[in-house]
Write a protein that binds this ligand. Sequence first.
Ligand SMILES: [Zn+2]
Length: 299
Amino acid sequence: MSPIVLGIWLFAVGACVGSFLNVCIYRLPAGLSIVWPPSHCTKCLKPIAWYDNLPILSYFLLRGRCRRCGATYSVQYALVELMTGLLAVGFYVAYFVFQVRGTDSARWSVYLVHMALVAALIVSSLIDLKYKEIYTVVTNVGMVLGLAAGALFPALHGGANPVAAGGSVLPNWFGGGWLDGLIRAAAGLVVGGGMIWLTALGGRLAFRREAMGFGDVLLMGLIGSVLGPEAAVLTYFLAPFFGLIYGVWNLALHKDHELPYGPFLSMAAVIVMLTQSRLMNHFWPGLQSIWLSLSGGGL
Ligand SMILES: [Zn+2]
């Protein structure tokens, strides 16, 4: 398949997945089923025909309105579809052109697992933006799947045949097999969730205010379980930069002090995924040698 055709195809698949994510964002917090009933107008409750339900296109063709009753739809639907499509192409370029070593099947497994994480992050972030709450079913199911993915594809976390350059800060205690993969996924979960938990605890003691909720702990646990402890640390330190930019802007415009942290953790995680091996190459050799000297170098 030519790269252009593959790119268009990935964009289309991504946009369709984005369409499903919209359903999740709308229905999960409302306690509705995400598979039944099929798409319908939330105003007139009439089913939406497939030709009026094309990702991105239908929104513009119908000018953001229901064909039957004229109710207006949020542009958010089209934006989520566009974003998911662009991320599907962007991750392909980042993983298959610029980085991620190993065989094509190893690259595809990393790509698909990471895109599943991206999907969970989009749903969590949009729900967080709307309700200022992390929907914990997504994070909890995601963490279980993250641990399973770690065991199934040890290469995800730099097992015996790491797909990312730079490998892992943790040694292969069990030959780089499924057990090492599971350990790294669990370490990522504990390190990621633990850092946010400690930050929330510190914030509560220092400012007597709830800065971050337990939902953020779970979301970061999910990110760590899929990406491993190294990426969890990078994500943790990158997220405040996004939060700061938005926080200042939000404070200036709305005098709103409460800011959801999920979207910033998510944005940071996406940046870390896209640049992981480069970041690893820069930071981890140094940290790895500190780790080796601390642990006596006997690894
Ligand atoms: Zn309608």
